[in-house]
Design a protein around this ligand. Structure first.
Ligand SMILES: *Cc1c(COP(=O)(O)O)cnc(C)c1O
Ligand code: SF4
Length: 511
């Protein structure tokens, strides 16, 4: 290895090149070769070449009781779960199922992918589409909930299937897949909607798509001038790290700025294979974040979470969000009280590096979007006095300035040229300077179905694209049909468009 001294030309090559043994991507196994995770005995004879081939891993996924029984000692309840006829899809890569301790029914990886009988039981508040994504889809597979960004579901397939999946209503179903035709309609909507500056590719899992199809979607997005950032949300690095090869990374790097959020829930998922996959992605210039879901019996513990975030940052992955489990069918037994998430944040903030602390998010049931929930560090706030407490409970006072004057908006070029996209006013109007305080606007009226729907659907400017919708109040002329009007919805039930009726808010959907 050559090294260069500051400004003084070449110095002689070091005799023993420095090898960084602390880098998890460079870990060696006992045989001196790159470290490997254990393989379940049934695959002992598979040559490495096959084992490391992502196509082999995908085509050898396990999904039925008889097969899984050869790998794990199943409990009666797991047998019940695996034999249920209408269950959410089960399919696990040989790599991932091999990480499970076959004798431990509480193994945290096992609980994420092997169904239990109790997942078939319903619970209060349960919904099929708890985030009301279908209602915010102007075209199939595209969810436009926030003013400047969209969620683009480019496939319904994943490398393996998580029992608590928020999108189990569509994910895993090969008859409901999105393909080139849907991608084109999604791209078309994005083209026509210049307020979209950030596109989040998810699914399903976009990295399971045929490489050509994935690339054509990425290229389609990159050809749209107003798309600034592309994001991919993927669990492929966890289920199928073999997929993160040089070819894929080179392809992805062509479409920068591209960010990626992976999805690790427990430190046991962070294997040498995942470490190498993350390293490749990082070297391709892709900033990595992690989104995890708070799951009872898997990671509902501050010590596990602390270990998780430390192993993530060690792999240069920034903990981004930790989600409260959604009110989705099949996930009842994974739910924790919201207080558990607060306790975890309490146990991290201040106790460890700030960049290792994710934000705790409750995704609003009914489709209100992500709501950050955090412990109270602000004890009191009154005239120029702010009373704060730190992570140890120590209380402090911050004296505010007595002479603060807001900056001069008239001479500020940013204020004079505010962001063009509609819907930025939210409930506060702070971003466009219309208001200086928060009012509970849109939540005041009592709606027969509760107040959740108020502010979102009453304001089509938030999702209707420029030029085709009602942003300027003119484009939508005709009243569209009221969907399933007069129907009675039970607690937690979602009104859904009837067969053949438009389902997107760009169609000025009425509820
Ligand atoms: C999560 C999500 C996003 C992205 O939200 P960020 O907070 O920007 O990460 C965008 N659209 C939808 C529908 C989402 O669920
Ligand atoms: S990887 Fe994501 S989309 Fe796929 S099953 Fe798991 S949670 Fe659902």
């Amino acid at each position: 290895m050559e090294s260069q001294a500051h400004g003084s030309g070449m110095v002689k090559a070091e005799e023993t090149p420095f090898v960084n043994r602390r880098d998890p991507a460079l870990q060696l196994g006992p045989d001196g070769l790159p470290a490997r995770s254990r393989r379940a005995p049934m695959w002992d004879d598979v040559p490495d070449e096959k084992w490391n081939d992502w196509r082999w891993q995908l085509s050898h996924r396990v999904n039925d009781l008889a097969e899984i029984e050869q790998i794990l000692e199943l409990t009666d309840e797991e047998r019940e779960g695996l034999s249920a006829p209408d269950k959410f899809r089960v399919d696990v890569t040989p790599y991932f199922i091999s990480l499970i301790d076959p004798r431990n029914p509480d193994d945290p990886i096992r609980r994420q992918i092997i169904p239990l009988g109790r997942e078939l039981r319903s619970f209060t508040g349960m919904m099929e589409d708890s985030l009301a994504e279908d209602r915010h889809s102007p075209v199939p597979g595209l969810v436009h909930r926030y003013p400047d960004r969209v969620l683009m579901l480019i496939t319904t397939q994943c490398a393996s299937y998580c029992r608590y999946c928020t999108r189990s209503r569509i994910v895993g179903d090969p008859t409901q897949n999105f393909n080139r035709r849907e991608h084109e309609a999604q791209l078309d909507y994005i083209r026509r909607t210049p307020q979209i500056r950030d596109v989040l590719i998810s699914g399903g899992d976009g990295l399971t798509l045929a490489p050509k199809l994935l690339e054509s979607a990425l290229r389609g997005l990159r050809e749209i001038p107003h798309v600034e950032v592309i994001r991919i949300g993927s669990r492929v690095p966890i289920f199928l790290p073999q997929r993160i090869d040089d070819e894929l990374c080179e392809m992805l790097a062509k479409y920068h700025p591209l960010w990626m959020n992976i999805h690790v829930n427990h430190p046991q998922e962070i294997t040498p294979e995942l470490a190498r996959a993350c390293d490749k992605l990082s070297r391709a210039g892709i900033p990595l974040g992690n989104q995890s879901v708070l799951l009872a019996g898997v990671n509902d513990c501050v010590h596990i979470q602390r270990e998780l975030v430390h192993r993530l940052v060690e792999n240069r992955v920034r903990p981004y969000y930790i989600y409260q489990c959604d009110l989705v069918e099949g996930a009842g037994h994974f739910r924790t009280p919201v207080g558990k998430g607060l306790e975890i944040i309490e146990g991290l903030r201040g106790h460890t590096s700030g960049y290792a602390v994710p934000q705790f998010i409750v995704d609003a049931p009914g489709g209100g979007g992500k709501i950050p929930v955090m412990p109270n560090y602000l004890v009191s706030y009154s005239d120029h006095k702010v009373i704060l407490r730190n992570y140890e409970g120590y209380i402090t006072t911050y004296e505010e300035p007595q002479d603060y004057r807001p900056h001069d908006q008239a001479s500020c070029q940013y204020c004079q040229h505010p962001r063009p996209e509609p819907g930025q006013e939210g409930i506060t109007g702070l971003l466009d300077g219309k208001r200086m305080w928060i009012e509970p606007a849109g939540f005041g009226q009592v709606h027969e179905r509760g107040t959740q729907e108020q502010h979102r659907l009453k304001d089509p400017s938030k999702w209707v694209p420029f030029g085709v919708g009602a942003i300027d109040g003119t484009a939508i002329a005709t009243e569209l049909p009221v969907l399933q009007s007069g129907a009675d919805y039970g607690p937690g039930e979602e009104p859904r468009p009837a067969e053949g009726l438009p389902s997107g808010s760009a169609n000025h959907e009425l509820l």
